[in-house]
Structure formats: structure tokens, C-alpha cells
Design a protein around this ligand. Structure first.
Ligand code: ISL
Ligand code: CA
Length: 560
């Protein structure tokens, strides 16, 4: 029997260092803060820490705009601190995965500084420059953070491309010298002994060389350019080259962030015979509820839609690729606020979401604070937001689309990336134990009730449910290897699925409702063994289970 690759058994925990733990009272989380919490992560039972970017950056986008790929952001510490973090993590059997942001750099990266100042320099072609077309920009594609993707450089009269902010110019992957630079910086970190890369928007690195105009966006002078930069013509060639040049020489875990990737795309990125990546993050489930104003529309989603998406990814990648499993991350609202119920049923629904996620096939990702049910924040003023995407959206939704302030605030409350970026709530002390200084972003005021210390002290907490469910998952090879079968796809409140291998069959049930309900168990699950229950109650009669609000069960079929 072939040996299981370690990353298929791993549970990943994402750290957003700015908001994780401050060690020196400047209000900004840092690497020494992460070191001080390694034992906590070990107790939770995770295996890999994915660090959001820790590199030198002017922080236009909190480190996703890198000005030196080989230096640590001074606010986060020094290279010695990083080396110590890596060593201390490894001593505890924890692995470290870094965020590779190479679709774009910062405009303050020396490459871009030189490219802009000396158009004749060989660095010019590290970026994407275009002459005006008929006195106008080359296309009217809208950038992810609003406005056009083209920024005019007055000195040369040319435009440069930035799919994200003006301070995040896109790198030109068509240029082999640029690609060689990327492989080199990757080797720098691999040679230090890191264990993997999460690759930021890696499916955007190849653009359609013709730069066609996109479809008009309603009510806007801008257009949708997505088809011309997502999963572009040379992306697989580049990833195979990266694999040959770098990845295949080390024992690494790799996950690509791939907005707009279909399950067919994911097979191309993650199929083992493809020699590209091990897995990708798709966006289909977190895209639910998007409308005319993208995610800000915050329309309702339904459970059947959610189940069909996740079920399709489970089935279609089985044996042909590998899934990554997540409810949230540093760009998304909090899982319990979005998919559960963050008021009366916070604890039950956060646990239910843990069960439903952790019994699917794939590598699960837990985002800091998710493990004890942190919730969205409702800042009372737009000024309290820090995220540039949120601030740009607040500006455009008012100026371009005429939304009222209350409408904007309610949309930010539901969808802002800052929901995920309020400091981790460690305990009930001032600033939740995150900092002794002034935090760079306000805390969620619910920290006296919702915090890691309280959760660890309570055996019935969300935290202990995560710990137990992680351990249970690891003890059952069927979770890693088995087939997935969605049951009752149209059922409006029950997410039920089977996991099956030659040895055992599991039934997983998640009740996505604040109302009581019931569910008829298939086959011989009626007298099966309940191996996980997020509530003290358990009522099964005549093959039917009574479901309490947000109850989640895992039942192991009795041998026939
Ligand atoms: O956050 C998003 C939706 O609100 C996405 O559009 C996001 O911008 C996209 O998924 C890409 O995200 C990644 O690259 C960005 C960075 O701001 C995000 O934090 C990062 O995860 C640019 O580097
Ligand atoms: Ca600090």
C-alpha cells in the first residue's frame, strides 16, 4: 500500500500575524507572539501553521504587498525571530507554511522602483506596461479593490497593470528572468527548512496576451476582466515549471488560492500526475450570496446550494486531486456568523460547522479564533475599519451607487474582511490579552465572554469540540480515504453525507436550523454507534433522529 503523504493527514491552522498575539506592546501582533502560542496550538491538535505574509511590506494590504521577499517585516520581528519560530515549531512537531505572494509585488519593491524610474532597465519587463489606446487606458477592467486595473505612469505615459490596489503592480510571468527570480526566492525559504507554501491568487499569474475588453458591469464605467486573467493560457505551464525548478526538490505542502477555479480547473492544478500543486482553495461556497455589488450585496444563500457545491467538489476530486476544506480565512466573515448562528446558538452552531467540515475528504484549514467561535464585529463607524477593500467599497457604494451609511455599515458588518482581523481573544483581561498597548484595530467587544482561556477551561466549549473532532478524524482512515455521498440534496435544513471505505461507513449530520427537526436515518444507521455529538441530547427512535437546533452527529454503521 502506498504511503499516505503527510499533508493529506494534516490539519492546518492559519495565523494572521498582525492580529494573533503582540509580544512587545506596540499593538501589532508579531513572530514572538506566535512563538508564545505554539503550545496552545499543539494542545488543539493541529499540525501545520500557515502564516499570512511576514515579509517586508509598506502594508497597503497588510503584507500582501511585499517590498522584500527575503526580509521579515520589522513590525513582526527579525530573521532571528523567524528562525526561532521555525525551530520551536519543529521541536513540537508543528510545520510552518509561508504565504507566497507572487502575482504582484509592492510598488515599493526595488524591482518596481527601478522599472518605473528607468524604462530602459531590464526590470521594466518584470511588470506589465501598456501604451494608451486611443488616449485611454488599454481596457476598463475593474480591480478587485475597486477602480480600474490600470494606473498611468506620467513620466513614460504608459499604464501598468494592478489587479489589486495601485500599490500592488502585477508581475510579468511571461518574462523568464522574473520567473527565475521567483523560484530563487522560494528556494531561499525552502533552504531554511519551511514546510510549504500557500500561494496567493496563483491562478491569476497568466493573462490573456490580447487584453480584450470585458463585459460591462451594471451601473459602472468599468468592465469584468475575469475571463482574461483567471486560469489564463500559460498558468499550468508556469506551475509545472515551478514544480520542476523548486517544489519537487523539497518535501513541501502546497495549496494555491484560486478564485474563479472550477472543479475541472482544480483537477488540472491538483491532479498528482499533473505535477503542479497538491490542492487549491476554491471560492464557490464563499461566493454564495454575491450579487450585483459582488459580496457587498450580501444576498441570502440556501443550504441546498451550499451542499451541492461542497458535495460536487468532494465527488469530482475524489481520486483525481485533493480538496482543501475551509469555512473562513482572513478575507472572509467569521464562519459562525455566516454559516451558523452567532447569537443564541453560537456554541452549538460553531461545533456543528466543525463536524461538517472535518469529516469531509481533504485537508482542513482552521482560521485563528474559529476554534472557539469568534464572531463578526459590528463597528459603529466606517472609520474603525482598517481593510483597504472595505474602505474603498464604503467609498464607492456611497459615491457611485448611492447607498446610505446604515446600509453600508450593515454590509460591512456582514462581509468585511476586518471581521476576521480583529485581534484574537485570548482571555478576559484588557484588550483580551492580545496587547498591552493600543491594538492596531479595535477588538470585538464580546471578548469577556468569548475567549480562548474560557473555552479551554470548559469541556463543553467549541474549542474542545474542535480538539476532539480533530483527534477523531485522525483516528479514522475513512475520513481521509473514503468515498463521499451526499444525501437528500434538497433537504432545506439538514446537511447529511456518508463516508465509506471497505471497512466502515459513517453518516454525518449537521442541522442548519434554530428550530427543532428530525431526520430519517438511512439503512442500518438506526442502531449504529454515535461517535460524535455536539449536544448532550440524543434521541433516536425507529430509525429517526430528533434534531435539536444546530445538532451535529456522526454515526458509525453497525456491522451487518
Ligand atoms: O477578499 C476577497 C473578497 O473580498 C478576494 O477578492 C480576495 O481579494 C482574493 O481572494 C485574493 O485574496 C488574496 O490576495 C489579495 C489579498 O488582499 C488577500 O488578503 C489574499 O488572500 C491580494 O494579495
Ligand atoms: Ca508587536
Amino acid at each position: 500500500e502506498a504511503q499516505t503523504p503527510w499533508w493529506q493527514d494534516a490539519v492546518v491552522y492559519q495565523v494572521y500575524p498582525r492580529s494573533f498575539q503582540d509580544s512587545n506592546g506596540d499593538g501589532v501582533g508579531d513572530l514572538r507572539g506566535v512563538i508564545s502560542r505554539l503550545d496552545y496550538l499543539k494542545r488543539l491538535g493541529v499540525d501545520v501553521i500557515w502564516l499570512s505574509p511576514i515579509f517586508q511590506s509598506p502594508n497597503d494590504d497588510n503584507g500582501y504587498d511585499i517590498s522584500d521577499y527575503r526580509a521579515i517585516m520589522p513590525e513582526f520581528g527579525t530573521m532571528q525571530d523567524f528562525d526561532e519560530l521555525l525551530a520551536q515549531a519543529h521541536q513540537r512537531g508543528l510545520k510552518i507554511m509561508l504565504d507566497l505572494v507572487v502575482n504582484h509585488s509592492s510598488d515599493e519593491h526595488p524591482w518596481f522602483v527601478e522599472a518605473r524610474e528607468r524604462p530602459q532597465s531590464d526590470k521594466r519587463d518584470y511588470y506589465i506596461w501598456k501604451k494608451p489606446v486611443g488616449g485611454d487606458m488599454p481596457t476598463h477592467w475593474q480591480a478587485f479593490f475597486g477602480g480600474p486595473v490600470w494606473q498611468k505612469d506620467e513620466a513614460s505615459g504608459e499604464y501598468y497593470l494592478h489587479l489589486f490596489s495601485v500599490k500592488q503592480p502585477d508581475l510579468n510571468w511571461e518574462n523568464p528572468a522574473l520567473r527565475a527570480e521567483v523560484y530563487d526566492l522560494m528556494r531561499f525559504w525552502c533552504d531554511k527548512g519551511i514546510d510549504g507554501f500557500r500561494m496567493d491568487v496563483i491562478n491569476l499569474i497568466s493573462k490573456d496576451p490580447h487584453y480584450p475588453e470585458g463585459e460591462p458591469l451594471p451601473g459602472s464605467p468599468l468592465t469584468a476582466g475575469y475571463p482574461f486573467f483567471m486560469n489564463g493560457p500559460r498558468v499550468h505551464e508556469y506551475l509545472q515549471e515551478m514544480n520542476r525548478e523548486v517544489l519537487s526538490h523539497y518535501d513541501l505542502m502546497t495549496v494555491g488560492e484560486t478564485p474563479g477555479a472550477s472543479v475541472e480547473d482544480a483537477r488540472r492544478y491538483s491532479g498528482p500526475e499533473r505535477r503542479e500543486l497538491q490542492m487549491v482553495f476554491h471560492f464557490e461556497h464563499v461566493g454564495l450570496g454575491s450579487g450585483e455589488q459582488g459580496k457587498w450585496t450580501n444576498a441570502t444563500w440556501t443550504l441546498p446550494e451550499l451542499k451541492k457545491i461542497l458535495g460536487r467538489w468532494q465527488v469530482e476530486l475524489h481520486g483525481r486531486g485533493w480538496n482543501s476544506l475551509y469555512w473562513d480565512n482572513h478575507d472572509q466573515p467569521r464562519a459562525v456568523s455566516r454559516f451558523g448562528n452567532d447569537a443564541e446558538h453560537r456554541v452549538a452552531s460553531a461545533k456543528m460547522l466543525a463536524t461538517v467540515l472535518l469529516f469531509m475528504q481533504g485537508t482542513p484549514y482552521i482560521y485563528q479564533g474559529q476554534e472557539f467561535g469568534m464572531t463578526n464585529v459590528a463597528f459603529e463607524s466606517v472609520d474603525h475599519y482598517r481593510d483597504l477593500e472595505s474602505l474603498n467599497a464604503a467609498r464607492d457604494l456611497s459615491a457611485v451607487y448611492g447607498w446610505s451609511q446604515p446600509q453600508i455599515l450593515s454590509s460591512l458588518h456582514a462581509m468585511s474582511r476586518d471581521n476576521a482581523r480583529t485581534p484574537v481573544q485570548w482571555d478576559a483581561s484588557p484588550n483580551a490579552g492580545f496587547t498591552t498597548g493600543t491594538p492596531w484595530i479595535k477588538l470585538n467587544p464580546n471578548f469577556p465572554d468569548i475567549n480562548a482561556e474560557a473555552a479551554e477551561a470548559d469541556p463543553d466549549s467549541v474549542w474542545h469540540h474542535y480538539r476532539r473532532t480533530i483527534a477523531l478524524r485522525k483516528s479514522l482512515p475513512v475520513v481521509r480515504e473514503g468515498t463521499f455521498g451526499l444525501l437528500d440534496a434538497e433537504h432545506p435544513t439538514v446537511f447529511a453525507y456518508l463516508r465509506d471505505d471497505a471497512h466502515i461507513r459513517l453518516l454525518v449530520i449537521g442541522h442548519f436550523s434554530a428550530q427543532p427537526g428530525s431526520y430519517v436515518l438511512p439503512d442500518s444507521f438506526g442502531d449504529g454507534e454515535v461517535i460524535s455529538n455536539n449536544l448532550p441530547e440524543l434521541e433516536i427512535h425507529d430509525g429517526e433522529v430528533i434534531l435539536r437546533p444546530y445538532q451535529a452527529l456522526v454515526i458509525r454503521q453497525s456491522p451487518s
